[in-house]
Design a protein around this ligand. Structure first.
Ligand code: SF4
Ligand code: SF4
Length: 312
């Protein structure tokens, strides 16, 4: 039996849609067909009139149109003063439409860091919040106790944008009723149970602390260039983008876009440090042991790494 899916655009950009659209194997039309999804609306595919769109939302809110999967892209705008009137549809705050549809949906999916945690909206004046988190704090717009009709919390698919392989993979598993175990940020463990650092082709350079000060070089980008790969759970080095490359594989530091605290307040591409020692260390490591280990590792670095002979 097919599952109905409605994709709602809230605050933020359409980057998650653009990434989703660029899925190649299969392409999106095939993906929808193969997974028996009945696409009620997507802002980039659907060609119904604005009046039909409003009618559909009314039918979803009243329950006349059953809703299996509600995807929300972008943060929930609550401003000014909690009214939500900075982001409206036909004069109605979108936040109220989201709340109404979330009550009807079998499963709610937050696509992208904005929808999951508030993302870039939390640094502005629109009083933005994620669907069930506000940055690291559970609660968000719907509240920590919210459960969709299937009894699940909002399923978070962070990323700025969310990787197309994650969006299609998660929707496919939801549509087929497969289990989708989640981490403590309600993001699927299949893609958010590992660090970006795992699978990075610069790992040997990191191991021996052979570090770069510029983009596009061969060494590791952690100590100087602000790479957040060892602090960030995400699939970039597992899935690659367009099946080709990731940021770190081409010499650009990971900016931690799947993290609940993204975007960070300090500059990207520069490692915060005290006396040359990074303030933010890889997830779970003990500072004293890590620094002793790194000092010894740098001293033991083989010549082929120091001279950047090993390719990445
Ligand atoms: S998470 Fe990134 S891609 Fe998605 S809406 Fe926000 S800014 Fe756009
Ligand atoms: S570049 Fe970043 S992700 Fe790659 S090994 Fe270095 S710290 Fe890890």
């Amino acid at each position: 039996m097919s599952k109905t899916l409605f994709w709602f655009q809230a605050g933020g950009c359409g980057g998650d849609s653009m990434a989703f659209l660029s899925n190649k194997w299969p392409n999106i039309s095939e993906f929808i067909r193969l997974n028996h999804i009945e696409l009620l609306w997507h802002p980039s595919f659907s060609d119904g009139s604005p009046a039909q769109y409003i009618e559909l939302i009314d039918a979803l809110l009243s329950g006349e149109q059953p809703l299996d999967i509600l995807c929300v892209e972008g943060f929930v705008v609550r401003g000014p003063g909690g009214t939500g009137m900075y982001d409206t549809l036909e004069g109605k705050p979108k936040k109220d439409l989201i709340a109404g549809m979330a009550k009807r949906a079998e499963v709610v999916v937050a696509v992208g860091t904005c929808a999951a945690f508030g993302g870039v909206g939390t640094v502005g004046e629109v009083e933005a919040v994620g669907l069930q988190f506000h940055r690291e704090t559970m609660g968000g717009f719907l509240g920590k106790d919210y459960r969709s009709r299937s009894g699940r919390p909002v399923i978070n698919l962070p990323g700025c944008p969310c990787h197309m392989g994650v969006t299609t993979g998660a929707l496919s598993m939801i549509a087929s009723g497969s289990p989708l175990p989640l981490n403590e940020h309600n993001a699927p463990l299949d893609w958010y149970g590992l660090l970006v650092h795992q699978g990075c082709i610069r790992n040997e350079y990191h191991e021996y602390r052979v570090e770069e000060n510029d983009f596009g070089q061969r060494g590791c980008l952690f100590f100087h260039m602000g790479c957040r790969g060892p602090l960030t759970r995400g699939p970039c080095n597992k899935l690659q983008w367009n099946g080709q490359r990731s940021k770190t594989s081409v010499g650009v530091p990971c900016s931690g876009c799947t993290r609940p605290d993204f975007p960070q307040s300090n500059p990207f591409f520069r490692t915060r440090n005290i006396a040359g020692v990074p303030i933010d260390l890889p997830e779970g490591v003990d500072r004293a042991h890590y620094l002793a280990y790194k000092g010894m590792a740098a001293a033991a670095a083989p010549e082929r790494l120091k001279s950047r002979k090993t390719r990445v």
